[in-house]
Design a protein around this ligand. Sequence first.
Ligand SMILES: [Zn+2]
Length: 225
Amino acid sequence: MKIDKNFEDFDALGNEHIGTSQNTPMRSDAFRLTNDEKIDIIKDDVRHIMETLGLDLSDDSLQGTPNRVAKMFVNEIFGGLNPDKKPSASTFDNKYKYGEMLVEKNITVYSTCEHHLLPIVGKAHIAYISNGTVVGLSKMNRIVDYYAKRPQVQERLTIQIVKELQEVLGTKDVACVIDAKHLCVNSRGIRDIESSTVTSEFGGRFKDKATRREFLDYIKLDTKF
Ligand SMILES: [Zn+2]
């Protein structure tokens, strides 16, 4: 009975999208297998799911699906679980002495809800104030993409992006806002197509009201090209 109760508790926790850790929960033997070995195992698992659902895997259209899904899991949508894929930490001196905040907005987020394995799609907005070090603009997109390519909870994704940039830039003055749609909410369950989820993390000087306001005002700018 105890096991059943725990299972129900965990099920409810996941359904309410409550995360339990700032770090992605990983097993200590997470990288014992090579990517090819993982693809081989997952391929069989996907085939098993499809066959259990009653699908005929000998059909031309379905034959390649298990292998395709396994490769997509390991190399693409969950590729950010592997620390080897972390974007390199190249930084530059702030030679032009730009002392104001830099905002990179509307970074596309494609992630996956770790409770339902359904897509999270949205936008991330990042800001930092340099204390002597700067990063290339695309670096911020790459960091978002790296942490998004994991089974995720949006709160954790937001925090992981900020912590990574704080480390790379050597400053606490980093902020991130993510506005995203969770397909597990939009397409099933409550099926609310309009709702989206906003999360934010404000480090260092971004905890200050005026600085935070400035960042949020820049996000609202509707720049046309
Ligand atoms: Zn979900």
